[in-house]
Design a protein around this ligand. Structure first.
Ligand SMILES: [Zn+2]
Length: 284
């Protein structure tokens, strides 16, 4: 099991590193002069409590506010541990969470949903690992919902919550910590993993990247990968934009896309690039 570390960027942003095995995403804490905002609620009450304890050990005050990036289980199951915290979510996020309330999370129920195609193996496996014994899952709903965009003044520190959507989840919201120039991307830049074939679509990718371009950030947080610099982010964006263009130009023909991109780069595509290409071909 990976150890989770607490990292700090600048004076006012803390985060806990992710765990791939149990699909624990990064949790963030934005500490303003007056208010503290937590970003995402974690994949279990244990996850949330561990994060809060680690921050309490570092004299970081408890959060009064919380923002959800999207409805996926690993970002919301911990919300029930945050009594008294005012949580904010895009309206579609809350609607998707409401649909989870009647579900059972037993092994049998998870397996059945995987069979029926309404749950994916990857999530079912991670849920079983995160909750090896007692599966005490209570879906708590966000307190406040918004549409489009909202701004929070934490006391000398501004956070913008903006709905951006994308292939991974249509309700995806990013959180921009303005004065610190940090853009918390959540999972928005990842592919759609819930369709039979993991995919990116040209249109949604472009729409998403155009929206993300409007933020002036130095650091980007990807919930299951880590914090990356502006340069690293730009490389990722270039790859996505190039693959979108080539997929369009060659009508999803992977042989031609690969050949054209390798000619441009003057080298063979690496594993990461090949995977991204395959996702675009799947989405064509
Ligand atoms: Zn997700």
């Amino acid at each position: 099991m990976q150890t989770q570390r607490i990292e700090r960027i600048g004076e006012r942003f803390w985060y806990q590193t992710p765990v791939s095995e149990t699909d624990r995403p990064i949790l963030g804490m934005v500490v303003g002069g007056k208010k503290t905002l937590m970003i995402d609620a974690g994949n279990s009450e244990a996850h949330t409590r561990y994060f809060l304890k680690e921050l309490a050990d570092r004299q970081v005050q408890k959060p009064g506010l919380l923002a959800l990036t999207h409805w996926h289980w690993d970002h919301i199951f911990g919300l029930s541990a945050l009594d008294g915290v005012v949580s904010f979510a895009y309206h579609e996020t809350k609607e998707a969470m409401e649909k989870l309330i009647p579900l059972s999370w037993s092994n049998e129920a998870l397996d059945e949903r995987v069979q029926a195609g309404t749950e994916i193996e990857f999530c079912a496996t991670a849920i079983k690992k995160e909750f090896p014994e007692e599966r005490n899952i209570t879906i708590a709903l966000p307190t406040v919902t918004f549409e489009g965009r909202m701004e929070m003044d934490l006391g000398g520190l501004t956070c913008v919550l903006q709905h951006v959507g994308g292939d991974h989840a249509s309700d995806s919201v990013v959180i921009y910590i303005k004065e610190e120039k940090i853009l918390f991307l959540g999972d928005c830049i990842y592919a759609d993993i819930f369709s039979p074939k993991t995919n990116y679509t040209i249109e949604k990718t472009r729409e998403l990247l155009n929206q993300l371009d409007t933020f002036d950030a130095e650091t980007y947080i990807l919930s299951h990968s880590g914090a990356i610099s502006r340069e690293e982010y730009q490389q990722e964006v270039t790859l996505l934009r190039m693959m979108a263009s080539l997929t369009e130009e060659f009508q999803g023909d992977s042989v031609k896309i690969k050949q054209a991109y390798e000619e441009q780069l003057g080298r063979e595509l690496n594993e990461d690039e090949l995977e991204t290409m395959q996702y675009f071909v799947n989405g064509w």
